[in-house]
Design a protein around this ligand. Structure first.
Ligand SMILES: O=c1ccn([C@H]2C[C@H](O)[C@@H](COP(=O)(O)OP(=O)(O)OP(=O)(O)O)O2)c(=O)[nH]1
Ligand SMILES: [Mg+2]
Length: 156
């Protein structure tokens, strides 16, 4: 039987800490959209309500292709149950970024949260990107919507 799954892009990864060898990000299931990123910590990190800290991942991933980008997104369970989300809401990783992936970790909840070393903290999603050329014009071709926005559709 032939394998019809599309080929996965191969991304170059540097492990900035040898301990990461045992904790490489991976897709948990065949259909997972993201790979979990773990907190590279030497000891538990206490996050008081409202506190935001930049947490290392120990990973540098060079995407290399301007037609791709990385997104760092919160994990639903941590975000919903514990209020642990991202200080920048979403992390956008440029294809030419070669530095360490960092996770802005924000306790937006009301309880103290203790982040354990190598806990799965966020997820990394590779997405297609299209770069645009901006062309200055005086007028746009007419469209049905025109300049209407912010709930304007459906009004009479
Ligand atoms: O959650 C994040 C967001 C970004 N980055 C890295 C990768 C990204 O390519 C780079 C720059 O991010 P961004 O463009 O969002 O930040 P900026 O404030 O505009 O910085 P710069 O001037 O370096 O573009 O920082 C992370 O490691 N984690
Ligand atoms: Mg930028």
């Amino acid at each position: 039987m032939s394998d019809s799954r599309p080929q996965r892009p191969r991304l170059a990864v540097k492990l900035l800490d040898e301990r990461l060898r045992d904790f490489m990000p991976r897709y948990a299931t065949l259909g997972s959209a993201g790979m979990d990123l773990r907190a590279l910590l030497d000891e538990p990190l206490v996050l008081e309500p409202g506190q935001c800290e930049l947490v290392r991942t120990g990973l540098a991933i060079h995407i290399g292709d301007p037609g791709l980008a990385g997104l760092i997104l919160p994990r639903s369970g941590l975000g919903h149950k514990h209020g642990i989300v991202l200080g920048n809401l979403v992390g956008l990783i440029d294809s030419d970024y070669q530095g360490e992936l960092m996770i802005s970790t924000w306790n937006r909840g009301t309880d103290t949260f203790v982040l354990e070393p190598f806990e799965r903290l966020a997820q990394y999603v590779l997405v297609p990107v299209v770069q645009a050329e901006l062309e200055v014009v005086d007028e746009f071709e007419a469209s049905l919507r025109g300049e209407g926005g912010f709930g304007s559709s459906g009004r009479h």
